[in-house]
Design a protein around this ligand. Structure first.
Ligand SMILES: Cc1cc2nc3c(=O)[nH]c(=O)nc-3n(C[C@H](O)[C@H](O)[C@H](O)COP(=O)(O)OP(=O)(O)OC[C@H]3O[C@@H](n4cnc5c(N)ncnc54)[C@H](O)[C@@H]3O)c2cc1C
Length: 399
């Protein structure tokens, strides 16, 4: 039997980051993961995330950023355009902003770097390949029993177990969800032209196509979100025909594109738990919300959730107060729900606005993009959003 301060279910980017943030405040943490340990390996860039400077600051604070950055591609420019109108917008950092707008990072490399740090932390106990047998909470503690027979007793339990969260289901926390009716096709591609450290996204009537720069100057990761029927058609094509369709969809912005890896497909659904707290149990990151990848914000949002939660729990700890305080957990929920809701709303506006074929709307979005490109104030606001510098940030993430 283990007596702990916090048990975290899920060792994805959010769970590992939270474990480190809590351990550095002197808390005893258990990390329970159903998958295998993240072992060092060369990144294959099969799943990547665009991390913004706010996330970078948190990861740098934990001492894992250099290892992540060594395997990531920084980008200094972003180009976004509408395939069906004249609208386009271009972002580049201007002093005093740092030159890098963000980094395309391999998801597994992020986990490996975080896990290496976790292994150096005696306050964190890890349980990999773990199966949860039961989760029970009483007024005094939360009990998690593993099929190995191990029993973990803690003051708090955090569900960081991703979109299909076991913790959320066990507690029957109500979930709002809708299908974006799009699937994302993901692969690494080779381009004729170098990407020039620029992240590109074209809005097609069937969904957005992102071309994200990788460390090889002629390799990009694609996230091609398309209506489900279109995505099935694209997946059914052989590699050569898919590459031709991709080159056409990208409007040959990087010349001829060919596949460098196999394609994988990911159904896109919006999920949002209407309660993130039940007694001593809290949800974070994808367990609480998952959004369309078109703005590359899902992991960034999750990292801000765990940084915010660690900040609030750290204050309790420093004040010598009990870790479990309903008022504190409610404050976390209010804080982070507001951020998640505004992101979900923004994704909806983008998704609906750009998939609408009405001529008037096409004109408006073309004009809107051009106008946003010309108006310094609007552009600064959009840039602050992309850099993760807007909204109510936890202290560690502030510029
Ligand atoms: C196509 C696509 C592109 C994306 N691009 C970006 C991007 O550019 N930028 C960005 O910020 N975000 C992006 N995202 C979102 C990002 O990938 C997720 O938000 C992020 O990975 C979620 O991290 P997490 O730690 O919450 O969940 P996960 O990474 O899913 O981790 C959850 C962990 O919990 C474990 N687990 C699950 N159930 C149990 C259980 N019962 N017991 C124990 N362990 C369990 C899982 O094995 C897993 O290790 C993208 C998403 C998609 C689909």
């Amino acid at each position: 039997m283990q007596n702990l301060d916090v048990t975290i279910v899920g060792a994805g980017s959010a769970g590992l980051t939270l474990a480190l943030l809590l351990a550095e405040q002197g808390l005893k943490v258990a990390l329970v993961e159903k998958g295998a340990e993240p072992l060092p390996a060369n990144p294959a860039y099969l799943r990547v995330s665009a991390l913004n400077p706010a996330s970078q600051r948190v990861l740098a604070h934990l001492g894992v950023w250099d290892g992540i950055a060594a395997q990531a591609a920084a980008y200094q420019q972003m180009q976004v355009w509408d395939a069906d109108s004249f609208g386009r917008i271009h972002f580049a950092a201007e002093p005093p902003q740092p030159a890098d707008l963000g980094w395309i990072c391999d998801n597994e490399a992020i986990r490996q770097q975080l896990y290496q740090k976790v292994q150096q932390q005696p306050a964190i106990r890890c349980y990999f390949a773990a199966q949860i047998q039961q989760l029970v909470q009483s007024e005094r503690e939360v009990l998690l029993q593993l099929s190995s027979g191990e029993i973990l007793l803690s003051e708090l339990l955090v569900g960081a177990d991703g979109v299909n969260s076991y913790v959320r289901q066990q507690l029957q926390l109500p979930l709002t969800h809708w299908d974006y009716q799009q699937d994302a096709i993901v692969a690494v591609i080779h381009c004729d032209e170098p990407h020039q450290a620029t992240a590109r996204q074209v809005f097609l009537p069937t969904g957005p196509l992102a071309l994200l720069p990788l460390p090889d100057p002629k390799h990009c990761s694609i996230v091609w979100s398309a209506e489900t029927s279109r995505a099935s058609e694209l997946m059914a094509l052989d590699d050569a025909a898919f590459a031709r369709a991709l080159t056409a969809a990208s409007q040959s912005v990087l010349g001829c594109l060919t596949l460098a890896t196999a394609r994988s497909v990911h159904p896109l659904r919006m999920r949002y738990a209407s309660d993130w707290v039940r007694g001593r149990v809290v949800l974070v990151a994808d367990a609480a919300h998952s959004i369309h990848p078109l703005a590359g914000q899902g992991m960034n949002l999750g990292l801000m959730d765990v940084t915010a939660l660690a900040e609030l729990l750290g204050k309790q700890q420093q004040a010598g107060k009990p870790l479990f305080a309903p008022r504190v957990l409610q404050a976390y929920q209010r804080w982070r729900k507001a951020e998640a809701q505004s992101m979900i709303a923004a994704m909806e506006v983008f998704k609906r606005g750009f998939s609408n074929e009405q001529p008037a709307l096409k004109f408006l979005r073309g004009a809107g993009l051009l106008l946003a490109d010309k108006l310094p104030f609007v552009k600064q606001q959009l840039m602050a959003q992309a850099l993760g510098n807007s909204g109510d940030l936890p202290a560690l993430a502030k510029p």
